[in-house]
Design a protein around this ligand. Structure first.
Ligand code: PLP
Length: 411
């Protein structure tokens, strides 16, 4: 395997159940990473396993562009129904988050007849040429991989902890509006692509006023609003989608990760007339919306709904938030504790005054946690953010146990 495919822990996983992973040596580990947010319904969720197994035995694949099948249609209908926006919607399926974002941009361009794409500093949208170009962080995602896709323009993210302008709603809106004079004409812009809570960028929560300003500007200028819910989606933030916290109804919404309950499937859901703009055959892919992945996704969504995992995420979030507040009071190297629902983070710094990121200490904390049986991963442009993405089926006892291990590692 090439060096570029790295792993954040030395664990070799053998099996998983709920919020637990067992490695090849039989060590039991609590999982606060959940496959980077793909396992909101837990490892080997029995409903997902049953649905995927039944589908696998019945019909493994046809390629949707050859012959359609029910699970694709059912999943598209389900996503049309549960995503925000009381307007007619359509959904197309793909394999990965990056592929969903690629397709959202293709659709936005086709529908508006415009080429430019607005993205943000600290954004992460994937590793393919277009999405790597939309992603912000240079190392390891972009360094040496250029040239990048053209017509991508980057705005400052409202990262209030590090950017004083972002904390001033009026000043931030002025920055956005100035952009059309200093960088690119508004009438050339197809879409603005936004993560309401930065994922890989460090779990920074966009302030509602900033999001409202973006929404306003998009409406005024005919720019489509694309919300990337690949990491925030399916209950993670305490609502099915982070959009619901903001009252935002995006023109296009991208999902992946926990959509498939651990199987690879992603989606673009959006206003019917926009989604319909591309010609027949212009969208798709050999494995896009594979029947087994669709069956798994339908079971995962049903499990989220029947087990009220959005409420559970909010509950987990409250427990973690309170504990993180205690950590903040106790450990001076924590610059900020933040998050939305169960998507919570600690930003580690050398000094609270200078806010200089401390990646080295962050890595030591994560290593220590792992040695003591907790899988935990970092995020952030500077690699100095500890983030929680535990399966939402985690028990109270497991949650407390994981937080104890983290506290010990911080200590
Ligand atoms: N968008 C966001 C917000 C993500 O967090 C990610 C992955 O972490 C992606 C897109 C890309 O998803 P994938 O790795 O499935 O291509």
């Amino acid at each position: 395997m090439p060096r570029g495919i790295s792993h954040m822990t030395p664990i070799c996983a053998d099996r998983g159940v709920g919020a637990l992973v067992v490695d090849l040596d039989g060590n039991r580990l609590l999982d606060f990473a959940g496959g980077i947010g793909t396992l909101n319904v837990g490892h080997a969720n029995p409903d997902v396993v049953a649905a995927a197994s039944a589908q696998l035995a019945k019909l493994t694949h046809t390629c949707f562009s050859v012959a359609l099948y029910e699970s694709y249609v059912a999943l598209a209908e389900k996503l049309n129904a549960i995503t925000p926006g009381a307007f007619p919607k359509k959904t197309m399926l793909a394999n990965s988050g990056a592929e969903a974002l690629e397709n959202a941009v293709k659709i936005a361009r086709h529908s508006t007849g415009r080429e430019a794409v607005l993205v943000f500093e600290h954004a992460f949208h994937g590793r393919t040429l277009l999405t790597m170009s939309m992603t912000s962080k240079v190392r390891p995602y972009k360094f040496g991989f250029g040239p990048f896709a053209p017509e991508i323009y980057r705005l400052p993210y409202p990262y209030t902890y590090r950017d004083p302008i972002a904390a001033d709603a009026a000043a931030y809106e002025r920055t956005l509006r100035d952009f059309f004079s200093t960088h690119v004409a508004a009438e050339k812009i197809a879409c603005l692509v936004l993560e309401l809570v930065l994922g890989e960028g460090g779990f920074v929560v966009a302030p509602p006023e900033a999001v409202r300003a973006m929404e306003r500007i998009c409406k005024e200028r005919g720019i489509l609003l694309v919300i990337d819910e690949v990491q925030t989606g399916f209950g993670r933030t305490g609502r099915m989608f982070a959009c619901e916290h903001y009252g935002v109804e995006p023109d296009l919404l991208t999902t992946a990760k926990s959509l498939g309950g651990g199987l690879p499937v992603s989606a673009v859901t959006g206003r019917a007339e926009i989604m319909d703009s591309a010609e027949a055959g212009g969208l798709g892919g050999t494995y896009a919306g594979n029947p087994v992945a669709c069956a798994a996704a339908l079971a995962a969504i049903e499990f989220l709904e029947t087990h009220r995992l959005c409420n559970r995420a909010a509950e987990i979030g409250r427990v973690v938030e309170e504990r993180f507040r205690c950590f903040y009071d106790r450990f001076p190297f924590i610059g900020e504790a933040r998050g939305l629902g169960a998507m919570r983070a600690l930003e580690i710094v050398k000094d609270r005054e200078t806010k200089e990121p401390d990646k080295e200490r962050t890595d030591r904390i994560l290593r220590k946690a792992c040695e003591n049986g907790l899988i935990l991963i970092s995020a952030g442009t500077y690699g100095n953010v500890i983030r929680t993405l535990m399966p939402l089926v985690i028990t109270d006892v497991q949650l407390q146990e994981g937080l104890e291990v983290l506290e010990h590692a911080l200590q």
